[in-house]
Design a protein around this ligand. Sequence first.
Ligand SMILES: Cc1cc2nc3c(=O)[nH]c(=O)nc-3n(C[C@H](O)[C@H](O)[C@H](O)COP(=O)(O)OP(=O)(O)OC[C@H]3O[C@@H](n4cnc5c(N)ncnc54)[C@H](O)[C@@H]3O)c2cc1C
Length: 404
Amino acid sequence: MSEFSLELNEDQLQIQKWVHAFAEGVVRPAAHEWDEREETPWPIIEEAARIGLYSLDFVVSSFLDPTGLQLLIVNEEMSWGDAGIALAIFGSSLAVAGIYANGTTEQQDEWIPQCFGSPADVKLAAFGVSEPDAGSDVSSLKTRAVYDEAKEEWVLNGTKTWITNGGIANLHVIVASVAPELGSRGHASFVVPEGTPGLSMGQKFKKMGIRASHTAEVVLQDCRVPARCLLGGKGRLDERLARAREGKPTSTQAAMQTFEASRPAVGAQAVGIARAAYEYALDYAKERKQFKRPIITNQAIAFKLADMRLRTDAARLLCWRAAWMAARRKKFEAGEGSQSKLFAGETAVWVTEQAIQILGGYGYVRDYPVERWHRDAKIYTIFEGTSEIQRLVIARAISGLHID
Ligand SMILES: Cc1cc2nc3c(=O)[nH]c(=O)nc-3n(C[C@H](O)[C@H](O)[C@H](O)COP(=O)(O)OP(=O)(O)OC[C@H]3O[C@@H](n4cnc5c(N)ncnc54)[C@H](O)[C@@H]3O)c2cc1C
């Protein structure tokens, strides 16, 4: 039996060092510029592709790492560099996870490489679930997919909102309802390949944080995709719908599977932001003198830093635990995935706010990175399930009751 260990192995340490070098040398120096421009940082994505960081092989090796930790290490380092740019680079992963979780082997082989393209011709992917009237309440999706038997095509209609890479992605994975009467049990995921008529970008959002990451509406108007674009295939879908109609348990809903699996990795992104702010504030507090001595020599500041470090480390450990459990296919008994993302997100918001306080006026202006880290951190209590929804998941898991 392998003994419990929190030590990273040689490969993981190498990867951590490699990603950190890219985050420090390329991502962080570009962070301010792309935050101000509020545009997708194509040159940085291309550079990540050139060195193999944004590539099919690397993402697959991260997904398949038997310890479950590689994805978290990479996410933490990249978000330490800049969360907006990190999301611009790894935003495609949600679509990849959607195809991986719901697609057949043939579909995975066909579509996943298309999410990346090649270093000479970089591609992005997007994963669209959320809608104007269906955010936390995923069961009320209005986007419909109807099968046209004669043409063997699915016809998608609806509007998706808040979609990372929405409309600029080459490949979209869209979750739509095929059986509205079944709520979320009537959902299915579809690949909408590059250049499909009927898919267009709606408004692009101007955001508070992670502004290097593109977020927009995706409009589907009589958007037709071939039958093979239904992830999992029609046979599996018909079986699942029949079971749902008979009131039998079905595999969890398509979208939920994708989100649950990705929560510890999303938490690790928040840990990266918290660590960046903590480190910066620690250095600053040692340098900055008021009343003729470094401000860190005041307990009020030193204790803040102690708590910032404490909570950041605790958040990382919760993320690692959830990823460790998921890699060993251990069932989450107490919403461990949600615990990790909830705690990491709220920690990042709290730690970055403390960092602003430690920097005083310098923390409040854009010449210093800490106000940006605070703006970036806030999204982690909202997307991939708000903090309230994570608490709901945990509360239901520990009580065994349906809590509203
Ligand atoms: C920058 C950004 C990127 C995103 N990227 C994607 C993406 O790539 N793909 C995608 O599909 N979606 C994406 N989203 C959508 C995101 O997942 C949703 O915004 C999120 O799920 C919340 O939905 P909502 O915004 O409609 O808020 P609502 O669901 O309307 O929630 C509003 C408030 O009510 C609370 N609330 C709702 N229901 C309950 C309840 N039952 N109990 C207690 N409180 C409740 C919420 O916690 C929240 O505080 C993104 C969002 C943003 C902002």
